[in-house]
Structure formats: C-alpha cells, structure tokens
Design a protein around this ligand. Structure first.
Ligand code: GDP
Length: 626
C-alpha cells in the first residue's frame, strides 16, 4: 500500500520527560556557556572588552546549543521510555569478532541449509545470529530449493556486476542491437531481471522476494535498484556477488562512458523510474503495437519486423491497477515464447506476485518441487534474502534484550496501520482490544490455556498447553496514541519502539526503524496485524506465524467500513497461512481464454481473508480452513 497513514499523535507526547529535561537543560546551559565563553576568549581576542557583543554572541551560542540538546533529547526519546533512539543504530564494536565465518556453525545457524557459511561474521552479524532470536519452524528448505539457491548464487557470481559478462551485456543493452559484433550469441547466456524500486519498504521486500523467485525460475541474474537504502538496510545475500544494480553513473561501466558512448546515457537502466504503464517497451503495449504476432492457435512470437528476435529489453508493468495486456505476463505461452530469451527484463511491482507464478503452468512443477510446503515460500525466501545490516541488527537485538527477552512469558505483537483517514481511531483501538481479549491473547488468568502455536513453535502440544503468565504487548504504529491508550486499558505492559507520525519517502533513518519493527514483530509469540498492510505480511512471514488480522479498508475506499467490518463481523480473524496476500492477481486463464474463479484455482490457492479479491498460498491440508 502507498497510504501515508497520517494519524494524529498526542500533542503532549513528551510530557513525561519535561521535569528531568529542564534540569538537564539548565545544567547543560551553564556548561555550554562556560565552554563557549572559554573558547571564544581564546580564539577571538578582538572581542575582549566588547561586553555587549560578547553577551549577544554567548546568548546566540547558548540558544543554538540548547536547541541542539533539545533535538537530541527529543529524538533519543522516540517511542517514549521504551523507544528506539537513533544511537541504537550504530553497530556494536566488532572488536574481538574475527572477520571470518565462525567455525562452530550448526545447521540451526545456517537455517537448515538455506544459507552458506561464506560470509564473515563481522560483515553481516544477523546472518548467523538470526536463529537465536527467532522461533524454529517445522518448515525446512527442500533439497531441491537448496540446490536451486546454490545454482543461483553461482549465476550471480558469473554474470553479476563487475564481471566481463555483465559489461558485455550492458554494452549490448546500450547498443540495443545496433552493434553487430555484440549481437551474436557467443556463448554468454547471461540474462538479467532488474527490480525497479517502488512504494514503501515492505511492499518493496515482498516485490524483491517475488522478483528473486522469478529470476530463479527463469535463470536470470537479479539486480535490485534499491538506491542507497537497500545497501543501508540489508547485507548482500549472494556470496561473492552483489545484488545491487550499479548506480546510473557507472551503469555503463565508468562515469565517462556516457561521454564516449552517447548511447549509454540513454540506457534504460539510467531512467528506470520513468517506466510506467504507458511505456512503449512494456509487455502490455508491445502486445498491442505490432511488436508481436499470434498464430491461429493463439501462440505468440516476436514479429518478423523484429526479425523474430526478442528486443534487448522488455519492461514488465506489474503494479497494482495494471491492465489486461500487462497481466498476460501470467500466461505460460508468453513466458515461453516471448520473455524467455529477452536479455533484460525490467520489473516494476509493489505486489507479492508469487501465488500468480504458481498459476503459470510453465513454472508450476518446478515451484511445487522447490516448495513442498506451499505456505512457507516467503518464510524461506525472506530468511534467505533479508539479512538486516549490522546497524539495524544492533538496534533490533539491543531493543529485544532490553525490552522483550525475559520480560514476559509471552510477547504479543500488535501492528496498527490505518489507511483511511476518516476511520475513527477509538474504533481502531476498540477493535485491537477486542481482538486481544476475544482471542484470549492477553487475559491474565494463570490457569487459562491458549493456542499461540501459529506455524512456528517446535511442539504444538507444549504450546497449546502453555500457561498464560506475564504478557508484554509490542505495538507498532505510526502513532503513539494506541499504545498509550492500551497501557491504560490493559493490565499488561505495552511497549512501542517508535512513532514516526507519518510515512516518509527516501528517508534512510525512517526505513531503518520500519525494518527494525518488522523484525521485532517477527520475534513475537503471537501477532495481531492490520489487513491490507504489507508491513504486517513481512512480519508474519519472517516470524512464521499465522496472525489474527483486523479488517482495514484501503485508502481509496469511499468509506472505511467498505467490504467488511459490519456490526456482526468479528474484530479479527485468523489467517489461513503465513504467506502474504497477492493483492492484484490476474483472473485470466490464458489456455481457456477467459476469466476464472481463482479461489481453488490450484489446491493450495485461496482467497485472502483481508483482501477479498486477493489470493494467497496455503498448505494443501489446511486449504479448506480459511
Ligand atoms: P503498507 O503500506 O502497510 O503496505 O507497508 P509499506 O511498508 O509498504 O509502507 C508503509 C510505510 O510506512 C513503511 O515502510 C514505513 O515507512 C511506514 N510505517 C507504517 N507503519 C509503520 C510502523 O508501525 N512503524 C514504522 N516505523 N513505520 C511504519
């Protein structure tokens, strides 16, 4: 979702610290005045004797220092006493940690073969420490998936940025078929999938996981156009290779390449953000513009005007709201006959398109072999791809140790996301509280039993018999209002790492907080999430938990009650699987030549609880229990 989610925060959000901070300010003012005065007397002798100017300068200096101190104090208090200040995002001193892979790694550290031990501990601490903070899951990666991942890693090393093959592919792309020397197939079979950065962080994470799976299925190198952000947030997932698309200045190889080779400045890689549904290079528009031809059986190929050869690149527009022709991406024939041999595919999506890939006959057998547990695709791919950077991991683990680990017998995560400005926040609060109470997630009775198993605990019998003792509620939201009210309402402790006020774009610190909170939710024992929100999907997927989801209308709905949440509706429902929902699937069955009902289109595809027109993967055995 691209909602901005502006929710008014409480105006007096910093009132708890007013007395201590005023003491801090006056002491700081005295010290600063002394320091500033001392420094100025030493370095600015001309001021001696000019008492008025000196006083004025001192006043300005002290005022500036006070302002700076205020900013530091207010920021440091992000989220109140249990907040996540900026200082937490500095990686801990890595001294004493050897810059080699740890020697005593177990299968648990490597997530049962999902990861290889080729990275040093210092370069990416989360890679080997993840298993310590997250629950063990019954979902192990299949040997076939592991083999495919190792093959993909080798491909990324052989064809990725910095290799001769990549340089050559770039030059081919820039010359777009004009340079005969570069046209022929001389044995390099490197083909690329470029993911175009789009929407909020969790939309991007779901889209990257989808793009990665498509790259694996089609033997393409995945390159992520994530800007600085992705490098700040995540470690590289592929050993000995980068998944980051080189920045535009070097996309042609070197900064001066656009000078000696004018074509490189027009490389599509230098204008990725300009591609949209109107681009003539989109699959949908090429299908309509004579670039392709269909025979009488409906099979489609590149037209003879195009010498029956694929273009140098095709743009795949798979963003929510995309049209009929762009949706033909999900046809097996288009995959086999059109897209397979295109050297560069540029993909824009804000969606988790994985369930749609399972519905393409060309890929189905391969996907079924890779994922015997259909409801563990994002769980496995997410844990394979998204290793938080040292800075983010430091904040997550420090917060976890200080506020969650050992603080309670059970931590219940509540993710509050509101898309519709007019939805009254008291109703959102009531909904969350009713959900927590109705589902017996917070009742403090010592003897009650509760099923918090989701899909992620090792032994269902022990989890279902677990005694409810002390519960901590971890709230994530852009606003602090909900956690403040919950603290008043619930006997339990309520924590909230940050309250950013509103969604921000291209703000690295903001994204680091968002990622940290998704990761912290992922460590919880049970989750309540907001429907429609990909933020909740990432948290549930990384956790391996089936959350209780609260209904939400999308921001474009006329009424926040639209499509659900009537008076008889329960405040939340348990979702059928930990898999994210694909919000914009194509209902068109290419072989049948008509739209079909997607619910049950494969034994493991079901409609989503939170988005009635969306679909998700479920475990076959649980597919009837929506
Ligand atoms: P969605 O809009 O809920 O599907 O999730 P996205 O992650 O794609 O976009 C929402 C963005 O808003 C996030 O990436 C954050 O930048 C911000 N955001 C929303 N909810 C929260 C929250 O609870 N905590 C933090 N730190 N940021 C949030």
């Amino acid at each position: 979702m691209d909602a901005h989610g502006r929710v008014a925060g409480r105006p007096n959000k910093h009132h708890h610290r007013s007395s201590s901070s005023s003491a801090f300010f006056s002491k700081a003012a005295e010290n600063l005045e002394a320091a500033v005065a001392g420094t100025m007397w030493r370095w600015w002798p001309v001021l001696r004797g000019c008492a008025t100017t000196r006083r004025a300068l001192l006043t300005v200096g002290v005022a500036a220092a006070l302002l700076a101190a205020a900013v530091i104090v207010l920021n440091a208090g992000e989220g109140g006493p249990n907040g996540m200040p900026d200082s937490l995002f500095f990686p801990a001193d890595a001294q004493g940690v050897e810059d080699i892979p740890p020697w005593n790694l177990t299968a648990a550290h490597l997530l049962d073969g999902l990861l290889t031990p080729e990275f040093s501990h210092r370069s990416c601490r989360s890679r080997y420490e993840f298993a310590h903070y997250y629950k063990k899951s019954p979902h192990k990666p299949s040997p076939y998936l592991i083999a495919k991942l190792r093959k993909q890693e080798a491909l990324q090393r052989r064809c990725g940025p910095g290799t001769a093959a990549h340089e050559k592919a770039l030059r081919r792309l820039e010359s777009s078929g004009g340079d005969d020397d570069l046209d022929g197939n001389d044995g390099d079979d490197c083909r690329y999938l470029v993911y175009i950065s789009y929407r909020g962080l969790s939309n991007r994470m779901l889209a990257i996981a989808s793009a990665f799976l498509y790259a694996v299925l089609t033997d393409r190198v995945l390159l992520v156009d994530g800007g600085k952000d992705v490098a700040d947030l995540f470690c590289e997932p592929f050993p000995g290779a980068t998944w980051l698309l080189p920045p535009p200045s070097s996309a042609g190889g070197w900064w001066w390449s656009s000078w000696w080779s004018p074509s490189s400045s027009s490389s599509p890689l230098n204008r990725l953000q300009s591609f949209d549904q109107d681009s003539k290079e989109s699959l949908g528009n090429m299908l309509q513009s004579g670039a392709t031809v269909s025979d009488e059986t409906g099979n489609v190929t590149w037209s003879s005007e195009e010498k029956n050869t694929p273009p140098a690149y095709v743009y795949l527009h798979l963003a929510g709201g995309y049209g009929y022709h762009d949706k033909l991406f999900f046809c097996g024939a288009h995959q086999r006959l059109l897209l397979r041999d295109v050297p560069w595919l540029l993909m824009r999506t804000d969606n988790y398109i994985v369930p749609g890939l399972f519905l393409i006959p060309t890929f189905r057998a391969e996907l079924e072999a890779m994922f015997p547990d259909k409801d563990a695709v994002f769980y496995l791919l997410g844990r394979y791809l998204f290793h938080p950077s040292n800075a983010v991991w430091h904040a997550v683990t420090a917060y976890h140790r200080a506020h969650l680990a050992g603080a309670a017998d059970r931590v219940v995560g509540v993710q509050i996301r509101v898309f519709h400005k007019k939805q009254p926040r008291q109703l959102v609060l009531d909904q969350a509280l009713s959900c927590l109470r109705n589902e017996k997630l917070i009742i403090p009775a010592e003897t009650e039993t509760i099923n918090i198993a989701g899909n992620a605990t090792s032994s269902p019998s022990s989890s279902s018999k677990k005694k409810k003792n002390k519960v901590v509620v971890l709230v994530t939201s852009l606003s602090s209002w909900y956690s403040e009210r919950m603290r008043e309402e619930l006997g339990s402790e309520v924590r909230q790492p940050s309250h950013e006020g509103r969604q921000r774009w291209r703000d690295a610190a903001h994204d680091r907080r968002a990622l940290s909170e998704m990761l912290l939710l992922g460590t919880c024992d049970a989750l309540v999430t907001s429907g429609f929100s990909t933020f909740g999907y990432v948290a549930q997927g990384l956790a391996g938990l089936r959350p209780w989801v609260m209904h939400r209308s999308p921001m474009w709905a006329h009424d926040w009650r639209e499509d659900g949440l009537g008076p008889d509706e329960p405040p939340c429902r348990r979702v059928a699987s930990v898999e994210p929902c694909f919000h914009s699937p194509s209902a068109y069955d290419c072989d049948a030549g008509r739209d079909v009902e997607l619910d049950g289109a494969a034994p493991y595809v079901r409609r989503c609880v939170d988005v009635s027109w969306g679909i998700k993967l479920v475990n076959q055995s649980s597919s009837s229990s929506q």
